[in-house]
Design a protein. Structure first.
Lengths: 248, 44
């Protein structure tokens, strides 16, 4: 088993929190400054948090797959901590993207939810990665936990292209891609630039979150190892191993 | 098109959910870091 890098209780850095705050502020100012859309009016401003949240879900689950694959190859728990940290953040942003999509859907489509391919597949992806987090709680054995989670972390990535291309492959109420498409972007330049600023800011926020979440993962592993080293055999000295030699 | 003030209500609702959720999630990470550090410090 690979022990976590001993943090030796090094002081926790503050700057990732500052970066998260600044990134959030930049997104807010940019989204509130741009002109509204000609068709959707002010509602189009929801796009500047909905799309970056969905992008971070893809990115986070991609990093989870990378960390999982690296763990299965190298058997080093630092890769498992990377995968776990990214999966938790990915679940958060998937949930946020779904919630924001529902808030946008109600005034534009007239319903909070519909069983559209994009929405349904995103909900399935959310629950599969919640399952990934639940699977990690089934054992205290760090290596066994990492092995089980890594297999799911690699397999589950198939959902990301399914979710992304669902609006192309199936008839969908959700709008088709407007930025990354063969014919070029179908969006006003000022809106596209604002969306780019929001996506970059959210990506920076994700990086800062990962630094703190990995610090937590490392501390958690340290604590688990210390707790396990304190524990004696399950039955203490009360059970003596049977003599299996037949008295010979 | 909808009344702009109604549209703004939806926008503010969405941004309230976004930033509220971000604050809660980042706070949960900070609290768990502090709690785990406290437990480790108590063992050393």
């Amino acid at each position: 088993m690979t022990s976590p890098e001993q943090s030796e209780m090094s002081p926790s850095s503050v700057w990732p929190w500052v970066i998260m705050g600044v990134a959030g502020l930049v997104t807010f100012v940019a989204a509130m400054s741009v002109s509204p859309d000609a068709v959707q009016g002010q509602l189009s401003r929801i796009m500047y948090v909905h799309v970056p949240s969905a992008w971070l879900a893809y990115l986070a689950f991609g990093v989870t797959m990378f960390g999982s694959g690296m763990y299965l190859w190298k058997k080093n728990l630092k890769w498992d901590r990377l995968a776990h940290s990214s999966a938790e953040i990915g679940v958060f942003f998937t949930g946020l993207a779904i919630a924001l999509g529902m808030i946008w859907a109600k005034p534009t489509w007239g319903v909070w939810w519909t069983w559209d391919a994009r929405l349904t597949l995103t909900a399935i992806m959310f629950f599969v990665y919640l399952g990934y987090l639940a699977l990690r709680r089934t054992t205290d054995d760090l290596d066994l936990r990492a092995k089980r989670a890594s297999i799911l972390g690699v397999v589950a990535i198939i959902q990301v292209p399914l979710v992304h291309f669902s609006v192309v492959w199936w008839r969908s109420l959700h709008q088709a891609p407007t930025i990354i498409r063969p014919e070029g972007p179908e969006m006003d330049t000022s809106m596209a630039v604002t969306l780019l600023i929001a996506v970059v800011s959210f990506t920076v926020m994700y990086s800062a979150m990962m630094i703190k979440r990995m610090e937590l993962a490392s501390l958690d592993d340290e604590l688990t190892i210390e707790e396990q080293s304190d524990r004696g055999p399950a039955a203490g000295d009360a059970v003596v191993a049977p003599d299996l030699t037949g008295g010979a | 098109m909808m009344d702009p003030s109604v549209e703004w209500n939806w926008v503010l609702f969405a941004y309230g959910v976004t930033y509220g959720a971000l604050v809660l999630f980042t706070t949960s990470i900070a609290v768990r870091i502090t709690r785990t550090r406290t437990k480790l410090a108590a063992r050393r």
